[in-house]
Design a protein around this ligand. Structure first.
Ligand SMILES: *[C@@H]1O[C@H](CO)[C@@H](O)[C@H](O)[C@H]1NC(C)=O
Ligand SMILES: *[C@@H]1O[C@H](CO)[C@@H](O)[C@H](O)[C@H]1NC(C)=O
Ligand SMILES: *[C@@H]1O[C@H](CO)[C@@H](O)[C@H](O)[C@H]1NC(C)=O
Ligand SMILES: *[C@@H]1O[C@H](CO)[C@@H](O)[C@H](O)[C@H]1NC(C)=O
Length: 188
């Protein structure tokens, strides 16, 4: 009897707990993916033009630098919204769709960061660029870590595991970028 009482309580609290609606959270993650997706061609255009790339104050540089901060700020806002809504208990297809949305976000965002990693041998010679990118990547990593941990704590374990795997890969790419643009360890 004790067991069924606990089950009933868990089922009841599952209903009672406030949380961000699944569709809303998935849309928030997809909106983050849209920011990375939009920044990708802008970043490719920047690194593809040596004239524009060589001056950190050029319009395409400003677009990319502002865009990377905007992405981090949007991630931070979503973390706040998720936490403010309640602890969350996403299960089944809800958990899966949240995990999948994050994996897509991670993949596109890694593509974006990799453009700036691949171009780093050139970018390191652009006066002032390295510390600006370092700060953006460090901020983005901190905000993405908070967001992913908040989500992982709200979805059932299978989906959380998938999400954590993607977070590790994304963190690896971010750490690589952070190390590359760590000006105290480069001579650019
Ligand atoms: C996603 O972005 C669109 C367009 O900016 C916005 O209207 C919508 O409110 C966003 N969705 C969520 C859940 O924040
Ligand atoms: C690079 O950008 C400059 C300034 O906008 C432009 O004049 C030039 O044509 C571009 N070069 C290439 C190869 O696109
Ligand atoms: C985990 O990801 C795999 C794809 O790599 C997918 O087939 C599976 O459904 C996901 N599991 C959950 C619980 O989200
Ligand atoms: C940046 O480089 C310095 C010198 O190598 C190192 O001490 C520091 O830990 C690095 N910072 C990060 C965040 O990796």
């Amino acid at each position: 009897m004790r067991f069924s009482l606990i089950s009933a309580f868990v089922a009841f609290s599952g209903v009672a707990v406030a949380q961000l609606p699944t569709a809303n959270l998935v849309e928030k993650i997809n909106n983050l993916t849209a920011i990375s997706t939009a920044l990708l061609p802008e970043t490719q255009a920047l690194v593809g033009n040596i004239t524009l790339l060589s001056t950190v104050t050029s319009d395409p540089w400003v677009t990319v630098l502002v865009g990377l901060y905007g992405l981090a700020a949007a991630v931070e806002q979503d973390t706040s919204a998720l936490k403010a809504a309640g602890p969350g208990q996403y299960v089944g297809n809800d958990a899966r769709s949240i995990g999948n949305a994050f994996r897509t976000f991670g993949k596109i965002t890694r593509d974006l960061i990799n453009v700036l990693i691949v171009a780093s041998p050139l970018i390191k010679f652009v006066p002032g660029a390295a510390p600006l990118l370092y700060t953006r990547f460090a901020t983005l990593k901190s905000d993405v870590d908070d967001f992913a941990k908040a989500i992982a704590g709200s979805i059932e374990s299978g989906s959380a595991k998938n999400l954590t795997t993607e977070l590790k890969t994304l963190d690896g790419t971010l750490l690589n970028a952070i190390n590359i643009y760590n000006v105290t360890s480069t001579t650019a």
